[in-house]
Design a protein around this ligand. Structure first.
Ligand SMILES: C[S@@+](CC[C@H](N)C(=O)[O-])C[C@H]1O[C@@H](n2cnc3c(N)ncnc32)[C@H](O)[C@@H]1O
Length: 242
């Protein structure tokens, strides 16, 4: 093998470096500052101290990235995009005629995302195909179902009946055969069940049952993502064809 070919192989494995490190650093800093501010102000719905890692983002987009090069256009729904840690990976997968909807409850995060679609050259390329909706998922209605639903909602923070409701919405928005990918922090429910008050234990047990029922019937894969704060599982579920 020639030196040049070896180098080409090696280069393929190295994660792409940002074209302008200073701009990348400023964007990341702004993202962390916005996220941490919202974590302090709105803990229940933000649910995390920092945006997700790129490892988690890659897992969340595993099936979107795996679609055939000559496949038909797809519709993608991202729920709870926050500052866009997963959105950035989705955006790079969008092709001509795809449709991308984002549903974000928090106006500060939605404003940050809209600015990114205006100012970031990579995001701006797909801005015409993308819409940021400021609403809770429970109030969002769309003009058609989606091939991919990618959700970052902090379900373990929610009342049990809201989690039931959200799962119904996830599947209502999916096409038959479509894929739901969502994450949850590893062992959080079992740890909190051990130390929490009685009502908290009942809430978490009920959430566990809801997720367990869906996962036992429809899960096609679970990824363990350790390089994330905190480590997470990504669950991939497929809606039955009929
Ligand atoms: C754990 S953060 C995830 C942010 C981002 N996806 C990431 O991975 O870094 C949860 C996000 O869900 C949003 N959220 C919470 N409840 C929501 C709801 N009912 N509908 C839409 N978004 C919601 C929050 O505002 C926040 O942006």
């Amino acid at each position: 093998m020639t030196g040049q070919r070896q180098f080409a192989r090696f280069r393929h494995r190295v994660p792409a470096l940002p074209s302008c490190p200073a701009a990348w650093f400023m964007t990341s800093l702004k993202e962390y500052a916005t996220f941490f501010g919202q974590f302090r102000e709105r803990f229940e719905t933000t649910g995390a101290i920092a945006p997700s890692s790129r490892f988690l983002a890659r897992s969340m987009t595993r099936y979107l990235r795996a679609r055939p090069a000559d496949g038909p256009p797809v519709r993608i729904l991202e729920i709870g995009p926050g500052t866009g840690a997963v959105t950035g990976t989705i955006v790079k997968q969008i092709r001509e005629h795809d449709r991308f909807d984002l549903v974000e409850l928090n106006e500060a995060f939605a404003g940050h995302l809209k600015q990114r679609f205006e100012n970031d050259p990579v995001w701006n390329k797909v801005a015409n195909q993308s819409t940021v909706h400021i609403a809770p998922l429970q109030e969002f209605s769309s003009d058609g179902p989606y091939d991919f639903v990618i959700s970052g909602l902090p379900l373990n923070n929610f009342p049990a009946d809201l989690v039931d409701d959200i799962f119904e919405h996830y599947f209502k928005h999916l096409l038959p055969g479509g894929i739901l990918s969502y994450f949850e922090y590893q062992f959080v429910r079992s740890l909190r069940t051990r130390i929490g008050a009685k009502s908290e234990r009942a809430r978490l047990k009920s959430i566990d049952k809801t997720m367990g029922d869906y996962c036992s019937k429809q899960r096609i894969r679970r990824d363990w993502i350790f390089p994330n704060l905190p480590p997470a599982w990504v669950q991939h579920l497929q809606k039955p064809q009929d």
